[in-house]
Design a protein around this ligand. Structure first.
Ligand code: 5GP
Length: 181
């Protein structure tokens, strides 16, 4: 099995580039039929989603635009960690919005993004597309319409996902090897 060393950690290859691309093609096929004749506004949540977004948009056929946002996390004085959606310049009112996420783990990030969008805009529809989903750790009830691959609760890198900022460029998906020293 292919193993890599990144900084101080060993990672094992879990999902090949071919499997990732096939999963993204399946999502694109479903979007192409679900949104036929409609215009889509994709909102990609950076940083991790840039690779998935690029691959997905190459395969999507309905008329579309893409906007990129970020989550800024900071410590509030009384409320603890605050997550704020920044960079959203588009008016989402009346649009068919598809949020693009790299990975949904507990779902707290997605929940923040969704509630901030819904408190400001009235999109015609809003759906979520995520490359990876960890069903065992998901704590929210927001439906995720388009899931590339379901994975166990391991920490993964590659295809935009990082370890301390590194590894986003890896073409396969690797999981941390907890049994290595
Ligand atoms: P959630 O709020 O759903 O728990 O976590 C979502 C965010 O946590 C993702 O956008 C990502 O930044 C980070 N994250 C969760 N699981 C992983 C993982 O396995 N690998 C990496 N690199 N980031 C993860």
């Amino acid at each position: 099995m292919k193993t890599i060393l990144l900084l101080n950690k060993k990672f094992k290859m879990k999902i090949s580039s071919v499997q990732v691309k096939t999963a993204i093609e399946h999502i694109a096929d479903r979007i192409n039929s679900d949104y036929e004749g409609k215009e889509i506004l994709f909102v990609a949540v950076l940083n991790g989603s840039f690779m998935f977004a690029a691959e997905l948009l190459r395969k999507v056929k309905p008329l579309n635009r893409i906007s990129f946002v970020k989550i800024a996390s900071y410590q509030g004085e009384t409320t603890g960690a605050i997550k704020e959606l920044i960079g959203l310049k588009e008016d989402l009112n009346g649009k068919h919005v598809i949020l693009i996420e790299d990975i949904v783990d507990t779902g707290f990030t997605l929940d923040h993004v969704m509630s901030q969008i819904k408190s400001t805009y009235r999109p015609a529809s809003i759906a979520v597309a995520t490359l990876l989903f960890k069903p065992q750790s998901y704590r929210k009830s927001i439906p995720i319409a388009y899931i590339g691959l379901e994975i166990p609760n391991d920490f993964v890198i590659g295809w935009g996902l990082d370890y301390n900022g590194y590894g986003r460029n890896l073409d396969n998906i690797y999981a941390v090897d907890n049994h290595s020293s």
